[in-house]
Design a protein. Structure first.
Length: 210
């Protein structure tokens, strides 16, 4: 099963990707993580990316697609994968098609901007291990302390209301058009956001069976 998860920032793509990985026994390929790994490991494409990052520039699409292609050739991707964080734009989606990267389904988690604003303002992340919590939906056992490693939970700058609003504007302008792009290819499956993480997972698994 080769999947893309689409959805606005805060729609729960990362959380759902983690759960689906376990259920479907396939890896999640997070662009940020593989970009950092490629740079750290000094792969040819990683070195190209590092040159742009060191110069304070955005890494161009062709380099990102190159890093994804490298990663998808590894053994753990033989049975499929979930892409998290790409494509963000039509240009990236077209570049991936040209590179021969294919998908079985594109799942879009539908959620209102208002719900996202409420959700993101309650999000907390562990400074040490990066585990994610929510003060209402997924609270830690002890306030401000990570269940996994005991690290301090903080609100990221990304989750401040004014930042969230700006990120939503970018999503609607650049990424949301991907829904129509993949609908034309018969790959789009939409899932309404449910009350609770498990209910959303169940709704995603249901559309994937259809």
């Amino acid at each position: 099963m080769k999947l893309i998860l689409l959805g606005a920032p805060g729609a729960g793509k990362g959380t759902q990707a983690e759960i689906l990985c376990d259920r479907l026994n396939i890896p999640t390929i997070s662009t940020g993580n593989i970009l950092r790994a490629a740079v750290k490991n000094g792969t040819p494409t990683g070195l190209k990316a590092k040159a742009f990052m060191d110069a304070g520039k955005l890494v161009p699409d062709e380099v990102i697609i190159g890093i994804i292609s490298e990663r998808l050739q590894e053994d753990d991707c033989k049975n499929g994968y979930i892409l998290d964080g790409v494509p963000r734009t039509i240009a990236q989606a077209e570049a991936m098609e040209k590179a021969g990267i294919t998908f079985d389904a594109v799942v879009s988690i539908e959620i209102s901007d208002e719900t996202i604003m409420q959700r993101m303002s309650g999000r907390r992340v562990c400074e040490s291990c990066g585990a994610s919590y929510h003060v209402v939906a997924v609270p830690p056992k002890q306030e401000g302390v990570c269940d996994r490693c005991g690290g301090k939970l903080v609100q990221r700058k990304d989750d401040a209301p004014e930042t969230v609003k700006a990120r939503l504007d970018v999503y609607h302008e650049e990424t949301e058009p991907l829904k129509a792009f993949y609908e034309k290819r018969g790959l789009l499956k939409t899932v309404e956001n449910q009350n609770g993480v498990e209910a959303t997972t169940a709704a995603i698994l249901k559309v994937l069976e259809a």
